[in-house]
Design a protein around this ligand. Structure first.
Ligand code: UD1
Length: 375
């Protein structure tokens, strides 16, 4: 193929879907391949997204699965190299900040194959986050960098990236959100009737929670405090908690799952895209440590309380509906009260989040490749 697009983990899928479609429409002469590293492999984290978003089946699946960061990154690299050789790609496109992103970018650049990074330049300035390392390193070795918010350019320039290599594209994840909003599923199709009844999920008000960051779920003390805070929150409004497999296993190990379920908290398995969109769209408030959800709630105009000390997506705070809360119970509960009494931040839609980012990217890639991958 000419261009090999890489996905690996759940947050990559909603980014690649519109890019693949826009490349087919706006660069029809380009032969585009899709490679899945297999970093995420559960149906709920994986196939469901391909189906719901109409992503073509990957041409190649490396089936790397889980492991430590070193194991997972190394395994992706080891398996990606021969796959890249076999397909003879002239360039490789990676998205986001997961281990698959840096692993494939690193293999490609060492073979002198130019790398395109979509969602470049985001920085939390917290190097304790594995994704921050992935972001910095991927940007350093990329040849064409598409940013999703305007502040990202300054981060890249500060790190010595050439100005000509940086293009403001807007947010491809929001392309997917806009394209699918009217297919979002209602709560009644997502939460089973007995859970709805038990937790009083009948009225309009509810909170949605997601948690999976190592800093929050791997430390039993932090996790216990977050569980307490969520149970407290559930005294004010029912809580729906679609649970990442990593979080479930940590809660089970710390015997905290029962405590959570004794509150007004409906614990669900990881949800598909249209389910998650439906849950967020009608939520009173969303509490999360995800990156993408901070953006999706801003696009939906739903207040978001971020359970982290920093964000790499500052536009969601400066212009959107997001508030950085950290993990202090008093702060989180105060913000929940504020949303209940005032309706929370209203925000506005950031520039380039109108649903056309993937078209801008496809056109730019077509022209760039026709110039021999020169910016
Ligand atoms: C990864 C990304 C993170 C992203 C998240 C979305 C990195 C460094 N992190 O974190 O940025 O926000 O995906 O979900 O790449 N597991 C399963 N089934 C799966 C996948 C994972 O059970 O399909 C469990 C395994 O126990 C695994 C653990 O989740 O060990 C962590 O998976 P991993 O891919 O290492 O990272 P995530 O926490 O999912």
């Amino acid at each position: 193929c000419d261009l090999l697009c890489v996905v690996g983990a759940r947050p990559n899928f909603m980014k690649i879907a519109p890019i693949a479609a826009a490349l087919a429409a706006h660069a029809p002469g380009l032969r585009v391949g899709l490679l899945h590293t297999g970093q995420h492999y559960d149906a709920a984290m994986n196939h469901q997204y391909f189906e719901a978003l109409g992503i073509p089946a990957p041409d190649i699946n490396l089936e790397v699965g889980s492991g430590t960061h070193a194991q997972q990154t190394a395994e992706v690299m080891r398996r990606f190299e021969p796959a890249l050789d076999a397909c003879g790609a002239r360039s490789v496109l990676v998205v986001g900040d997961v281990n698959s992103t840096i692993a494939c970018a690193l293999v490609a650049v060492k073979k002198n194959i130019p790398v395109i990074h979509v969602e470049a330049g985001l920085r939390s300035f917290d190097r304790g986050m594995p994704e921050e390392i992935n972001r910095i390193l991927t940007d350093q070795i990329s040849d064409l960098l598409f940013t999703s918010e305007q502040g990202a350019r300054a981060n890249l320039l500060r790190e010595g990236i050439r100005e000509e290599a940086i293009r403001f594209a807007g947010n491809v994840m929001i392309d997917t959100l806009r394209a699918n909003l009217d297919r979002a599923l209602p709560l009644s199709r997502i939460v089973p009737p007995e859970l709805r009844e038990r937790h009083g999920l009948t009225g309009k008000q509810y909170a949605v929670v997601t948690l999976h960051r190592p800093a929050n779920v791997d430390d039993p003390a932090v996790l216990a405090s977050l569980v307490d805070t969520l149970v407290e929150t559930s005294k004010r409004l029912p809580v729906i908690f679609p649970m990442h497999p990593r979080t479930r296993s940590m809660l089970e190990r710390a015997s905290l799952l029962e405590a959570l379920e004794r509150g007004r908290v409906a614990v669900l398995p990881p949800q598909g895209y249209l389910e998650m969109l439906g849950l967020m769209k009608d939520a009173t408030v969303v509490l999360t440590d995800s990156g993408g959800i901070q953006e999706e709630t801003t696009a939906l105009g739903v207040p978001c309380i971020t359970l982290r000390e920093s964000t790499e997506r500052p536009v969601t705070v400066d212009e959107g509906t997001n508030t950085i809360a950290g993990t202090e119970p008093r702060v989180i509960l105060g913000l929940v009260e504020e949303v209940l009494s005032t309706g929370g931040k209203r925000g506005k839609i950031p520039e380039g989040w109108e649903g056309k980012a993937s078209v801008r990217i496809a056109v730019a890639i077509r022209d760039w490749m026709s110039r021999g991958c020169k910016a």
